[in-house]
Design a binder for this molecule. Structure first.
Ligand code: MOS
Length: 754
């Protein structure tokens, strides 16, 4: 088998470019004679701009212009909230009027010859405000809570089945508890940047993006242009995690600035500005009720959640849609509400619904196991099911218990003494905990062009994105497999709106959606070659057995023909195929929406006739110091069943990253808010805590084999967001096992355990 096929572990095809600095991220791409933009962001969270004194700023050498609401009104149109079929991640339009909508709202853009000049002038711009008392979120006067159902005007229903409250009241064993998760920010290493330039009425945007076609169409809507006049380039992305999934407001401002100055404009926003000009993970409060029989079988599940959002935008993740489908249970009630406050609009952040909501469910399951005196793995086993309980849809495959069994064996779970505080080692209280993970298998309509040249090279073009996950590599592997070529003969072009549209790089759908359509294009090329070969020396050979080896078409029996000759009969020169695919169960207008940049992913837990998800089991050991209450995580292990693994090397990286992020979610990460002023306090990566190497001694990732032909032809489930789901609960469960103290509010810090 040639190297680099699906299932093998070639190193990243873009690895050399990245480590030698030849991979150019959007803000690295050169534009001629750019002016520099520096944002001025509001010092209050709610109110009005009463005065802007430009005198000091204008005195700085090199200042070209200052954009404020006084000269920008009407320049940028409303492009609609993305979750309502529009484009923008936040509908509040900066510089449209004198209103300040939230902390760090953009109130001016200073343009100058150099970055330093723009920054200096921005610091000298005097902005006065009429400050109003803002609502920060939970517990704040003036925050308004509405149900997600009301907010969505009926397009969202809270999943429910049976009579959960009656069943809970009658249950033999019950758990009822409140859980809380904090605001979190993505902080990708690549800052939020935009470069805009115009030529003959055509706009080019260089910006790291998870959805170049969405960005192109969104900018066109905001500026009242034909989308064909907008081009977006995002060849490499320095981390995204959802923060670059939909259009934010800075981009149009920079495009207008470039049009006014008649020269390219470049913005690199600062780290602290990134906390307020892009999205983040919303703070939640959750209430869970579990009722079970003495045998551990669930009879009632109630899960209610409230998520903080901005004043106008009804953003929600509604992870109850996942938690209600996790285990067999005849009576389920869920309810999601949103709390409108004076905040910027939240958005996707890795495993958006599952990270907060599975924390609550998997913590509650552990509490139930303790109350039942039952092993937590056995509790999951008695509630395992091959049908999701809301509509009764069959899971295409569900490897949850195989993951628990594989993970438990590798972790040594059977040596665990279940009594809290029983596994002390000197001054350290040792705790072992576990939790389930799940991530829905989302799929999107996708297109790709594949070109095979007579010298035996293939070019794949598709507007997918490599947000650091290894997409270039896995797409190249699909083409190598589809055409029978070595990986080195395949070139992949992505990250440009000039390429055939591909889905948003979100919801862990890309490997499945894009490899599927690339494979279809390759099949068409192979069919044309096979037909041409029938007229040459390969006549009568099985088309599926034809391989391309060193520019030669070879059948399994060794018969061969130079590729150039077969292709000479099949076409004049290269063979080029453009393929489009709508996955099973997605609506017929999916392709149209993809071209319009308004794609909604399908599949997942609410498919037409099936439920699809990847599963896993995570195990952690924590050590809590008996006196200082310091918490360490000496080892963490995850076993995952995620369908066919295209590249075990890149897959392992994603899952390790997820587990490590899960440690951060449990023990470190939180954006602190000044509750009186509704402003972020630790808006930098010195004070926004994340795990460092010293916090992560041992991480093990195990794969459980899974062949699932129902998810898609290639059997790919996607796993980018699987690793960090449930990890926070596994750690909280281990902390309980170590100390006997149940912590239901994240992050768990020393003060939680005193
Ligand atoms: Mo991911 S949060 O779906 O970009």
């Amino acid at each position: 088998m040639p190297e680099g096929m699906i299932g093998q572990s070639p190193v990243r095809v873009d690895g050399r470019a990245k480590v030698t600095g030849t991979a150019h991220y959007a803000s690295d791409m050169a534009v001629p004679n750019p002016a520099w933009a520096f944002l001025v962001t509001s010092a209050v969270a709610r109110g009005r701009v009463t005065e802007i004194d430009e005198a000091g700023a204008r005195q700085v050498a090199g200042v070209l212009d200052i954009l404020t609401h006084r000269n920008m009104r009407g320049e940028v149109r409303d492009a609609g909230f993305f979750a309502g079929g529009g484009y923008v991640a936040e509908t509040m339009r900066p510089l449209e009027d004198d209103q300040v909508h939230h902390d760090g709202d953009i109130v001016a853009v200073v343009l100058a010859e150099t970055y330093e000049q723009a920054r200096e002038a921005a610091y000298r711009l005097r902005v006065d405000y009429a400050e109003e008392r803002p609502s920060a979120g939970f517990g704040s006067e003036g925050a308004e809570q509405v149900t997600a159902k009301e907010a969505s005007k009926g397009s969202f229903e809270d999943p429910a089945v049976g009579d959960a409250d009656a069943a809970f009241a009658a249950a033999a064993v019950t758990i009822e508890a409140d859980y809380a998760t904090p605001t979190q920010h993505h902080n990708p290493i690549e800052l939020f940047t935009t470069t805009a330039s115009w030529e003959d009425g055509r706009l080019t945007i260089l910006e790291g993006s998870q959805y170049v076609h969405g960005l192109r169409n969104g900018i066109a809507a905001q500026l009242g242009m034909d989308p064909s006049l907008v081009r977006v380039e995002s060849p490499f992305v320095g981390g995204a995690f959802g923060s670059r999934g939909s259009l934010t407001q800075r981009t149009a401002l920079i495009a207008v600035a470039a049009r006014r100055l008649r020269r390219p404009v470049k913005l690199v926003a600062t780290r602290d500005q990134g906390f307020t000009i892009a999205t983040y993970r919303a703070e939640t409060r959750q209430h869970v009720k579990l009722g079970a029989g003495g045998d551990g079988k669930l009879v009632a599940l109630v899960h209610e959640g409230v998520e903080v959002t901005s004043r106008p935008d009804p953003y929600k993740v509604a992870g109850t849609q996942t938690t209600c489908r996790m285990y067999a249970c005849p009576n389920i009630r869920t309810k999601v509400s949103i709390l409108h406050a004076d905040r910027n609009t939240p958005g996707f952040m890795r495993s958006p619904p599952e990270v907060p909501y599975m924390f609550a469910l998997e913590s509650a399951m552990d509490e139930l196991a303790v109350k039942l005196g039952m092993d937590p793995i056995e509790l999951r086993r008695v509630n395992d099911t091959m049908h999701e309980p809301i509509k009764g849809l069959p899971w295409t495959s569900r490897g949850l218990m195989q993951c628990f069994d594989t993970g438990a064996a590798a972790f040594g779970w059977k040596r665990r003494n279940p009594a809290p505080g029983s596994m002390r080692d000197g001054d350290w209280l040792v705790g072992w905990g576990c939790a389930s993970t799940i991530y829905p298998t989302h799929l999107g309509a996708a297109t790709a062009r594949v070109t095979l040249t007579p010298d035996g090279h293939a070019r794949v073009q598709t507007a997918a994105h490599d947000v650091g996950t290894g997409t270039y590599t896995v797409v190249a592997q699909a083409a190598a497999e589809g055409l029978g070529l070595p990986l080195a003969k395949v070139v992949v072009e992505m990250g440009s709106s000039e390429l055939p549209p591909a889905p948003v790089s979100g919801g862990s759908n890309v490997t499945a959606s894009v490899c599927t359509v690339v494979m279809q294009a390759c099949e068409q090329i192979r069919a044309r070659l096979a037909a041409a070969a029938q007229e040459g020396p390969l006549k009568g050979r099985d088309p599926a057995s034809l391989r391309l080896v060193d520019g030669t078409l070879r059948a399994a029996d060794g018969t061969a023909e130079p590729l150039a000759e077969a292709m000479g009969r099949a076409s004049n020169g290269a063979i080029e195929v453009y393929a489009e695919n709508i996955p099973h169960g997605l609506p017929p207008d999916s392709l149209k929406k993809l071209y319009q940049g308004r794609q909604a992913l399908g599949g997942g837990l609410e498919g037409k006739d099936r439920a699809m998800a990847a599963f896993g089991a995570e195990f952690v050991e924590v050590r809590v110091h008996a006196r200082t209450r310091e918490v360490r995580v000496p080892r963490i292990l995850g076993a995952f069943a995620a369908g066919r693994i295209v590249n075990p090397r890149t897959a392992r990286s994603q899952l390790m990253g997820g587990l490590i992020w899960g440690i951060g979610s449990a023990l470190h990460e939180a954006t602190e808010i000044d509750r009186g002023r509704a402003r972020y306090v630790n808006d930098n990566i010195a004070e926004y805590l994340i795990p460092v190497n010293a916090d992560v001694p041992q991480v093990d990732v195990l794969f459980v084999d899974e062949a699932d032909r129902q998810v898609n032809d290639l059997g790919i489930k996607g796993l980018g967001e699987l690793g960090n789901v449930g990890t926070n609960a596994a750690i909280a469960n281990a902390v309980f096992h170590a100390t006997g103290k149940r912590v239901r509010e994240l992050p768990i810090r020393i003060e939680s355990l005193i």
